[in-house]
Design a protein around this ligand. Structure first.
Ligand SMILES: *[C@@H]1O[C@H](CO)[C@@H](O)[C@H](O)[C@H]1NC(C)=O
Ligand SMILES: *[C@@H]1O[C@H](CO)[C@@H](O)[C@H](O)[C@H]1NC(C)=O
Ligand SMILES: *[C@@H]1O[C@H](CO)[C@@H](O)[C@H](O)[C@H]1NC(C)=O
Length: 399
């Protein structure tokens, strides 16, 4: 009797200690597993939205920019491309890569090479489109969990130097950069292999015929970019658009094949192809998938905003609060079919044949087929193939 009592007491004490230890261990895990909620995140996720001109990348950028966990910056490579004299895309790509690497790590000193000695936040290309630069600690204007208004930010959030920008960058779990000036993947390999980085690439593409139509509306503004893409080659004016489209389409093939066909081990699960048209047709689902891919959660405000900008004046009328205009996204993605003459469609189909077949855009064989909007030219995308180890696991295994 006595003995049994003693054993029971020992067992009880043991169980209590065990329980205590379990609580401590689980608490530890719990804290480790939620790196983004407690102010200073331990390990950042870096996202590159890699696209080309007129492919919906401004919208995709805003999808990230407006997220409360994201520090977003548009086109840092713009500074590199527009500071150099007579450059070619090939000559600049390593400089672009290094600028991106520094900014991903919140080191803005790299911008010194591309800005005047005395500079302001407003010297950064399209700075006011970055919600993080309109929110504390960069600017008191917009609380971090609210949608930012670009015009207001532009008026109120400029400051001298980039110290506040750097400080702000450090407080977010995700740093997202958008680039249209990136025509290959190989230069990014060192970033993908860098143990201090966790880079995910979102490759945003769009039907080349729609891109051509959109580019034609403001051809002048692409002149400098075009000559960089064409490597300063002399090309007859009437041919420039098609040769540029050819380069862009080739780059999509290069990038997609590199990432999907035989990806090096460090690229596995770090690349996601997104088609503009899929986003236009099913914006919430697509954005949810994209968020999941990079480890972000959807918020009710973002859901509402995405609905509004992709459905024209859907809910509410906060249209003018955003730089991105609200349009019927499905309509916009089909506009080329009624607006572009078949002769041009034919040309762009010729130069982009490989890319269109790879990315799932059906060609049309005549004006009739082009204008019959009931004929769907989008090949359904194959179901999401790779098995991405969840963000949390990824974080843990890398420690
Ligand atoms: C730089 O920012 C300061 C502070 O907001 C402002 O007073 C100044 O006019 C700005 N300078 C330029 C060149 O924009
Ligand atoms: C969308 O396209 C249809 C058919 O082309 C047209 O009737 C309609 O007005 C368009 N809607 C918008 C919002 O542009
Ligand atoms: C957008 O356009 C598509 C196709 O033209 C149409 O089916 C849809 O009803 C339109 N949506 C709105 C909100 O106008």
């Amino acid at each position: 009797m006595n003995l049994r009592c003693k054993v029971n007491l020992n067992t009880l004490v043991f169980l209590l200690i065990l329980q205590g230890a379990t609580v401590v261990i689980f608490y530890g895990w719990y804290v480790q597993l939620r790196p983004c909620e407690s102010g200073t995140p331990t390990r950042k996720v870096h996202v590159l939205v890699l696209s080309s001109w007129r492919s919906g990348s401004s919208f995709m950028g805003q999808v990230f920019s407006q997220h409360p966990s994201v520090f977003y910056l548009m086109e840092p490579a713009w500074h590199v491309w527009f500071t150099s004299k007579e450059p070619t895309a090939r000559l600049l790509r390593m400089a672009v890569r290094d600028v991106m690497r520094s900014i991903f790590q919140c080191d803005f000193s790299v911008m010194d090479s591309y800005l005047p000695e005395q500079h302001n936040v407003s010297f950064l290309f399209m700075w006011s489109h970055s919600r993080a630069l309109c929110s504390p600690p960069a600017c008191p204007l917009t609380p971090r969990n609210q949608m930012s208004s670009e015009p207001q930010c532009f008026q109120k959030c400029d400051a001298r130097g980039l110290q506040k920008v750097e400080e702000a960058c450090g407080t977010y779990s995700h740093v997202v950069l958008k680039e249209v000036r990136f025509l290959e993947l190989e230069s990014l390999y060192p970033l993908l292999q860098d143990p201090n980085m966790d880079l995910r690439i979102i490759h945003l593409v769009r039907d080349p015929r729609a891109v051509l139509k959109s580019r034609e509306e403001s051809a002048k503004s692409f002149e400098r970019d075009d000559s960089i893409v064409l490597g300063q080659r002399k090309v007859p004016a009437a041919e420039v658009q098609y040769q540029v489209m050819q380069e862009i389409c080739r780059s999509h093939v290069r990038i997609n094949e590199r990432a999907v066909l035989k990806p090096p081990p460090f690229l596995k699960g770090r690349y996601k192809l997104v088609r503009y048209e899929d986003v236009a047709r099913n914006p919430l689902k697509e954005v949810n998938d994209i968020y999941e891919f990079v480890g972000l959660g959807m918020t009710p405000q973002l859901e509402d905003w995405i609905y509004t900008v992709t459905h024209g004046n859907g809910k509410g009328s906060r249209k003018e609060a955003f730089q991105i205009t609200s349009r019927n996204a499905t309509n916009v993605s089909q506009a080329w079919r009624t607006m572009l003459p078949y002769s041009k469609v034919k040309r762009v189909q010729e130069v982009c044949k490989g890319a269109m077949s790879l990315l799932g855009y059906k060609t049309v064989n005549g004006e009739k087929e082009q204008k019959r909007l009931d004929i769907d030219l989008l090949v359904p995308q194959e179901p999401y193939q790779f098995s991405w180890v969840s963000t949390k696991k990824e974080h843990k295994s890398k420690r």
